[in-house]
Design a protein around this ligand. Structure first.
Ligand code: C5P
Length: 319
């Protein structure tokens, strides 16, 4: 199988419109029910033939490159190696990440890079895997990686890797408040378990968590105000416990007229749903003034998952 010319793939960040966390499983993961929503904040993954034809190497650049692991722990490298191993090709590739998604921000940036590397290397090496085969490899790499391939608005079950389509109408407009110091996902889940165990009268977490009906109804009706009220995240309290400034950020965005605000996944990025561009400007100004908010993004959803695009320069993600 011969390698072709360089390939660039664009992959979106996600927000969890609803995240219901059940009990811890024997494998250490938590059973969950979530609604993933892909938004227009992107990483770009380029795959070019390796000079030596054999090794997988990685460079990282772009506005959010700081803090990305470049060694063996990098999910894009692991994705390339897994694809090579399963398809029997030599893992020769120069991977280049242009980071636009916050690192450790609860927006599945690492998962986006894994999904991007799978698609880019599949095209570069002409391995020609089916969508189902790519989704199965994605699930091995991480709970959020299958969604990064799919995009749109999708219900996730299991540990997040089992996807079914959601009835969702219309588009959404968001302001994202980005904080410099990331939160480790396992730490946030552990904090959620700790808070639950300590809560008086806390019942046993559900074995079969379900997304609230009012969230699904707001989505199918395309009712943005109702969606704002229905946003929910069982990890929010834990994220706020580990990063107490998030409470003030949530309050500031709501005061400034957001239809709803929620910590994205395990945080610390906070996502505010707004009615339109004028409302976005007011919310963006309010959250920018909050301590520890280092970046504000205005994005739209839903957008498609990983797809091939023209190459981008490091300075501008070209989203
Ligand atoms: O699957 P992924 O590698 O992204 O998960 C990172 C960590 O987040 C897991 O090791 C686990 O601690 C936690 N997690 C969890 N339950 C999930 C998803 C993730 O406990 N459903």
């Amino acid at each position: 199988m011969s390698a072709g010319a360089a390939v660039t793939v664009r992959v979106p960040a996600k927000i969890n419109l609803g995240l219901v966390v059940g009990g811890a499983r024997a494998d250490g993961y938590h059973e969950l029910a979530t609604v993933f929503h892909a938004v227009s904040l992107y990483d770009h993954v380029s795959a070019a033939p390796a000079a030596d034809g054999r090794s997988a190497r990685l460079t990282v650049c772009g506005p959010r490159a700081a803090g990305v692991p470049t060694g063996e722990g990098n999910l894009a490298l692991r994705a390339a190696r897994l694809l090579a191993e399963r398809t029997g090709v030599a893992p020769g590739v120069d991977l280049r990440l242009v980071k636009g998604i916050p690192v450790a921000g609860g927006m599945a940036g690492g998962s986006a890079d894994a999904a991007g590397a799978l698609v880019a290397c599949d095209l570069l090496w002409r391995t020609g895997l089916s969508r189902e085969q790519l989704l199965a490899l994605a699930a091995e790499l991480g709970s959020d990686v299958p969604f990064a391939l799919v995009g749109g608005t999708v219900v996730g079950a299991g540990r997040g890797e089992r996807l079914t389509s959601a009835m969702a109408r219309g588009s959404t407009c968001w302001v994202l408040a980005v904080t410099q110091a990331g939160l480790s996902t396992p730490r946030v889940y552990a904090e959620a378990d700790r808070l639950r165990a300590g809560a008086s009268g806390a019942g046993t977490p559900s074995v079969h968590p379900r997304v609230p009906l009012r969230l699904m109804q707001a989505l199918s009706a395309g009712d943005t105000a109702a969606l704002g009220r229905a946003l929910c995240n069982d990890l929010q309290q834990a994220a706020c416990s580990l990063a107490p400034h998030l409470g003030a950020v949530l309050a500031a965005g709501r005061r400034a007229g957001a239809l709803g605000g929620v910590v994205s996944g395990s945080g610390p990025t906070v996502a505010f749903l707004v009615r339109d561009a004028a409302a976005a400007a007011g919310v963006a100004a309010a959250v920018r003034a909050c301590a520890q908010v280092t970046g504000v993004e205005r994005v739209q959803g839903p957008v498609p998952g990983a797809c091939r695009v023209q190459p981008v320069t490091a300075g501008g993600p070209g989203s």
